[in-house]
Structures are given as C-alpha cells and as structure tokens.
Design a protein around this ligand. Structure first.
Ligand code: ADP
Length: 268
C-alpha cells in the first residue's frame, strides 16, 4: 500500500485540512518484479549456451578439411544441445507470459489419461532416461478427461524430468491414477531427494528453487512447476505435492473429466 496526502480547500480556496488516499500498488509491484526477474533469468541463462555456441562455431570456422569427422560431429552435437536449451528457455518464457495473459489457448478434446502418460514417457530423451525405471498403472478404462493432450503431456514430462533430476539414487518413477465423479487424478511418485515441508507450498511459485546443496542443475530456472500449475488451472484442475525429505515426492494433477451431460464418452 502507498499513502499519498493532498490539501483540502474551502470554496474560497483556503486550505482547511489534509486528505489521505491509500493506493494498492502491490499488484503493479508484483508485475514489475516478475518482469525484472524474467529479464535477469533470461539474460543469465542465455549467456552460457550462447558463449558456448560462439566458441564452437569459431573453432569449426577454423577447421581444415582434414579434421577428424568425429571431432566436427562432437562440436555440432554440442551446438545442437545449446540451441535446445535456448529453445526451452524461450518456450518457458512464452508459456509464463501466456499464462499471465490468460491466453494459454488450450485445444481441448476428450482424451484418455493413459494416452497423455504414454505420450509424455515417449518424449523423455533417451540419454536422460537411461537407468530410470518407469512403472505406469494408468488403466485404459479410466474416464476420459477434457484436455489439451499436448499441454497435459508437457505437464507430465515436466514432472518426470524433476523426478529424475532431483534424485541421487537410480530413479524410480511410479505413475498412478484414480477418479471421482468429477476429476481424474494422476500422480507421479519418485524415490528422489524429497522436499522439506517448509518449501513444499512454494515450489509452485515462479523462480522458486529449493537450495538442495548438491543438486542444483544448470538448466534449472524455477519456472517448470509454475508452468505446470498454470496449465492445469487453465483446465479447471489443480496440482499438489506431498513429500518426505530423503524418501521421495508425489505430485498429483486433477483434471476435469469429459462429460456429455453425465454420459461417459466412448471412442468411436
Ligand atoms: P526447476 O526444476 O527449473 O528449478 P521447478 O519449478 O520445476 O523448477 O521446481 C522448483 C523446485 O522444486 C526445484 O528447484 C526443486 O528444488 C524442487 N523440486 C521439484 N520437483 C522435485 C522433485 N520431484 N523432487 C525434489 N525436489 C523437487
């Protein structure tokens, strides 16, 4: 809140007192803070991949035709990974801006929950998921949800990525689902480092990163769960987390079922 004072004058223009107005500037300050946080995140996170791409390209430009094919391939693979990273940052930034503008633009249709889960599993990069056990008990017979299959797979993929990243053992992910009369609930359980209860509510806030000492991945921006929350809430659903430090975490999303006047949707 901001207090401003102004003189109160009589009809004859004599000052007869002072008036006060309280302005609620919290919202404007929050928006300004978000903008400056985004700008500093983007400039900071972009620096590393851009510097690395520049170095590799300069080396390749000096390359003589005789250079080893393997060496060139290694350089190009590195450039490709750096470009992926930049693309991820830009996408995160765009998603957060769309969520803020309530313009996430969902393409909703009746979707099988098991399809969302399977699509997300397929999208996990092979090198990242090697040594990871993923067990899904999401039945095909679950009620259809009313959702954007691409956006929901993005949410699941983000939860899988975190389950692998914030883990010091061989990651084990279990995906479970249940439903009530309105929602389908999909949970992603991991055997990772867990989250202390004091941080649990805040992990969905933008830029919130728990200081985990050993685990602070370079690609971490603190936007992933905020984006998941924005996407799930745009569906009229919710996301929540439960965790035991040192044992693991469970993230659950609840998405409204597709409902044709109470009839169950059947695929034709
Ligand atoms: P990022 O991973 O980019 O930092 P997120 O918004 O996805 O951002 O996560 C916020 C924070 O929550 C992470 O920095 C991490 O400390 C914590 N976190 C998220 N998922 C898990 C998980 N499955 N296990 C332990 N900690 C997690």
């Amino acid at each position: 809140m901001m207090l401003s004072a102004f003189p109160v004058t009589s009809d004859e223009n004599y000052t007869i007192g002072k008036g006060f107005v309280w302005w609620d500037v919290t919202k404007a300050q929050e928006v300004d803070k978000l903008k400056s946080d985004l700008i500093s995140m983007v400039s900071h996170e972009f620096k590393t991949p851009i510097t690395s791409i520049k170095g590799s390209v300069e080396t390749l430009l000096r390359v003589d035709a005789e250079w080893e094919e393997d060496f060139k391939r290694e350089m190009l693979t590195g450039i490709h990974e750096d470009i992926d990273r930049i693309q991820e940052l830009v996408n995160d930034w765009l998603d957060i801006s769309r969520i803020d503008a309530k313009a996430i633009g969902l393409d909703r249709e009746p979707v099988r929950p098991s399809v969302v889960v399977d699509n997300a599993i397929k999208k996990l990069p092979k090198h990242f998921a090697s040594g990871v056990t993923i067990e899904s008990t999401v039945e095909k017979s679950l009620p259809f949800i009313y959702g954007d299959r691409i956006r929901l797979a993005q949410v699941m993929l983000n939860l899988f990525t975190n389950a692998i990243r914030y883990n010091e053992r061989s990651p084990q992910i279990k995906i479970l689902a249940s439903y009530d009369e309105k929602y389908v609930h999909i949970s992603v359980a991991d055997n990772g480092i867990g989250i202390n209860s004091e941080h649990l509510d805040k992990v969905f806030d933008r830029f919130y990163c728990v200081e985990n000492g050993k685990i602070r991945p370079s690609g971490s921006t603190g936007l992933g769960l905020a984006i998941c929350k924005g996407i799930v809430e745009a569906h009229g659903g919710c996301i929540r987390a439960e965790s035991s430090q040192g044992l693991g975490s469970v993230f659950t999303i609840s998405i409204p079922q597709y409902n044709c006047d109470g009839d169950k949707y059947e695929e034709t």
